[in-house]
Design a protein around this ligand. Structure first.
Ligand code: TXA
Ligand code: MG
Length: 315
């Protein structure tokens, strides 16, 4: 990979204009969304998308999410059915990604979809993401702005530490509020949960009026990029630990004495917002063996546990 100079852009109109010009020239710009920082490129520029895969060290079979400013803009790239339109209207802008049939005339690079005939698309709910999309006015393909397999970034410093020298710029837009990636749903052939995320499964099922099928169940589509080992901190991870054993560092949840605590009051929304920063902190502490308190499997707890299971998976 060629080493590049990484500029910092301010989260204001001048910064949006300058970073949009970098995107238009085929460059790579990291920017905050409400979920995590994304690493954006022009989704129509195959060479730029290839550079993005290279900068992340990402296996090229793993397709990307395209970010647009509105449902109306999304309609230029994918075909909506009644169910997906209902979900878009209910949750956009917001942390829901829909996987929908790609339009033949979309102009989206085949590298973005890794050759699939579906496209993952969402409308982010974040002033800086909106500012960049407004200035660029085209589809932005953006995975999380971390090297493949490592911890997702929720702060400017996480991106600067991990991606400086690999990307053209970072918009310094503060911390991400939700802290977990978007929930991914496909609506064909049946509404299916491909990835738990920032919008609780229960909220989507309430809007649908029926339960979501889980990816991999009979008849359900699957998401190619859901690798077993992901979000890995430097230390090993042991889940559902009531206590830290000798030599372990506790990542706590609730009223426990822990080196790092996701939420002393046991609030799942707060824990989601802190999760990735907590894993970065454990790296900074040099934690070799990490024990994690039990986290309830409801609401955002499902997505937190999904990320922690991948962090704990054999590498
Ligand atoms: O919140 C988020 O979703 C963040 C921010 C930046 O928007 N992005 C993000 O992207 O998490 P990434 O690349 O880390 O995860 C994208 C996921 C992968 O698991 C990929 O396999 C899945 O989306 N995906 C993308 N296109 C797909 C498709 N056509 N069908 C099924 N899954 C798809
Ligand atoms: Mg990611």
């Amino acid at each position: 990979m060629k080493k590049v100079t990484t500029r910092t852009f301010a989260a204001n109109d001048a910064g949006f204009t300058a970073s949009a010009a970098v995107l238009a020239a085929g460059g790579l710009i990291a920017f905050p969304t409400e979920t995590v920082y994304g690493l954006g490129v022009d989704a129509r520029n195959t060479e730029a998308v290839a550079r993005l895969y290279d900068a992340k060290g990402r296996p090229s079979f793993n397709p990307l999410i395209v970010h647009v400013a509105s449902l109306a803009q999304a309609e230029a790239f994918v075909e909506f059915d009644e169910v997906s339109k209902g979900l878009a209207q209910a949750f956009w802008p917001g942390a829901l990604t829909l996987v929908l049939p790609l339009r033949a005339d979309s102009g989206i690079s085949r590298l973005v979809t890794a050759g699939l005939d579906s496209l993952a698309i969402r409308v982010p709910d974040h002033a800086v993401a909106r500012g960049l999309m407004g200035a660029f006015a085209g589809p932005i393909a953006a995975p999380s702005a971390n090297p493949s397999g490592q911890i997702s970034p929720t702060k400017f410093a996480h991106v600067a530490d991990q991606m400086t020298g690999r990307i053209d710029g970072i918009i310094d837009g503060g911390d991400c509020g939700v802290g977990l990636e978007s929930t991914i749903v496909a609506t064909q052939p049946v509404p299916t949960l491909l990835r738990a995320g920032g919008i609780p499964t229960e909220a989507i099922e309430a809007a649908l009026g029926s339960p979501l099928v889980r990816a991999g169940e009979t008849g359900a589509p699957s998401s190619p990029g859901q690798l077993a080992s992901h979000y890995a901190p430097n230390g090993t991870v042991r889940l559902n630990a009531e206590n830290a054993e000798q030599g372990e560092t506790l990542l706590g949840f609730g009223a426990v004495d822990a080196a790092v605590n996701l939420s002393p009051s046991g609030d799942l929304v707060e824990a989601a917002a802190r999760l990735f920063d907590a894993l970065h902190q454990l790296n900074a502490l040099g934690a070799q063996r990490i024990a994690v308190s039990p986290i309830p499997e409801r609401g955002l707890g499902r997505a937190i546990n999904d990320r922690l299971r991948r962090a704990a998976a054999p590498r």
